[in-house]
Design a protein around this ligand. Structure first.
Ligand SMILES: [Zn+2]
Length: 193
């Protein structure tokens, strides 16, 4: 922890870089990804402060839209789309994902019931032809597409997709190589960016 504290102590020594951020934010992208520490959206994309609106959840799960129960993830997505007017939403899964691995293997999550119940949100549990594959690439990519479908059911997303103000993108990030692939509709495959 200490190196992180040391960096935070000196971080604000470039006031000229941050002063403009007091005027507000207008990020063009909502980036939804896993909470995994190996995935660092700003590092991957080179985004500067103010450029990426982020939502991080265990397993980059997008919950089904509902206004019956308050849900931080749903609120974050709605705010990004309706208020900030982001033009793109990226759902980025990653290799070696612990959450997806647990789903694929059917791990007993009895000791972490909150995790178990959250992953139950994933529905349509992803499967893999080779459950022993440590990257769980196939399942992660399948899971990303499921989350994109979920997003389409959000009223604000549906409206903006319909009139061309919003695009959805599915990404797959390899934590062991740094490579990024994007789902291409033409081939229905994840291909290098
Ligand atoms: Zn993960």
């Amino acid at each position: 922890m200490q190196p992180l504290i040391d960096n935070a102590r000196t971080f604000g020594q470039r006031p000229e870089e941050f002063a403009r951020l007091a005027d507000g934010q207008s990020p063009q992208v909502l980036f939804i990804t896993c909470s995994d520490s190996r995935v660092v959206p700003a590092l991957i994309t080179g985004a500067r402060p103010g450029e990426l609106f982020e939502l991080r959840t265990a397993g980059n799960i997008v919950p089904a839209y509902s206004t019956e129960h308050p849900c931080g993830e749903t609120a974050t997505i709605e705010y990004a789309v309706e208020v900030l007017g982001v033009q793109d939403i990226v759902v980025c899964g990653h290799s070696h994902c612990g959450a997806i691995g647990a789903l694929v293997r059917g791990d007993d999550l009895g000791t972490v019931p909150a995790v178990r119940d959250w992953l139950a949100h994933a529905a349509d549990s992803p499967s893999a032809e080779d459950p022993a594959d440590p990257t769980v690439a196939e399942a992660v990519q399948q899971h990303v597409l499921t989350q994109l479908l979920r997003l389409r059911s959000y009223p604000c997303v549906e409206r903006r997709l319909a009139d061309g103000r919003l695009r959805l993108r599915g990404w797959y990030y390899e934590v062991h190589t740094g490579g990024v692939r994007e789902h291409r509709a033409a081939t229905d495959a994840f291909e290098s960016l």
